[in-house]
Design a protein around this ligand. Structure first.
Ligand code: MF3
Ligand code: CO
Length: 259
């Protein structure tokens, strides 16, 4: 059963996700050459707890940190540690919260300072793919409409979409029943209904879509070592398209490009 959430439940999910979005905006502001990923993680955990939330990732299947910080060739699930951010690198930050019984989950990728044209294009494409995917999260559409538009957007830009990880339903668990592939899965999948809540999270690679997981059991890197970008929003399926829950109170929001 794919849950249909009441407006009261959605309001708590909005609060859980707003906390995540505010932490993400603060972390983006901390990105600078020489910053250690463990310092970003410590700041995130403190901000989550200050806001009354528990870091949802910490302890999840043994994951050791509050955030995933994935630099350049790391696709997702980078474990914060001694690695320092260097100028021009793509830094992906993924944060989860558990608040009043509900989960928040979102991620954003940015470059550290100026970067090259290819990396800029990769970031723009992944963000655009998320934006179009959110528009496709409309009642009456099917799950595969989301994957199709993501894959098409990335293919047009000559980038590839990771197939090894998918988006997911989110609510009283971080990962709920619905799987949300970022590619054309070849069949429509479940029909989207108003009140379903899903985390859409395209991972877009400059080179091959293939990934490998390092010996730590988490860190997923591109098989060719080329850079990758990851954007994620938790959204409610609505009649006119997805409503983003992971929005901060501040003005800057990713995943809202118009085309
Ligand atoms: N956004 C990711 C996901 O939905 C983050 C999970 S990291 C983990 O799967 F450590 F919690 F697994
Ligand atoms: Co997620």
């Amino acid at each position: 059963m794919i849950a249909i959430r009441t407006e009261q439940e959605i309001e708590v999910l909005r609060q859980a996700n707003r906390i995540v979005a505010e932490v993400l905006v603060a972390l983006v502001g901390m990105i600078a050459p020489g910053v250690k990923t463990r310092d970003l993680d410590a700041a995130a955990e403190e901000m989550l707890r200050e806001r009354g939330a528990r870091p949802a990732f910490k302890g999840y299947r043994g994951y050791p940190a509050a955030t995933c910080i994935s630099i350049d060739e790391v696709v997702v699930h980078g474990i914060p540690g001694d690695r320092e951010v260097r100028p021009g690198q793509i830094v992906s930050i993924d944060v989860g919260s558990h608040y009043m019984g509900y989960y928040g989950d979102a991620a954003v990728s940015v470059a550290c300072g100026q970067t090259d044209a290819r990396r800029r294009r990769l970031l723009e494409t992944a963000d655009l793919a998320l934006s179009r995917a959110i528009r496709a999260a409309r009642a009456g559409n099917h799950v595969n409409d989301i994957g199709r538009v993501i894959e098409q957007t990335c293919r047009e830009a000559h980038f590839s979409v990771v197939r090894a990880f998918v988006g997911h339903g989110i609510g009283e668990s971080m990962h709920e029943e619905l799987q949300v592939p970022n590619f054309d899965a070849g069949s429509p999948g479940p029909r989207l209904k108003e009140g379903m809540v899903i985390a859409i999270e395209p991972m877009v690679n400059m080179g091959t879509h293939r990934v490998k997981v390092l010996e730590d059991g988490w860190t997923a890197v591109t098989a060719d070592g080329k850079p990758s970008a990851h954007f994620e929003h938790s959204v409610v399926v609505r009649e006119g398209g997805g409503e983003i829950l992971s929005v901060p109170d501040s003005e800057w929001v990713w995943g809202r490009r118009e085309n």
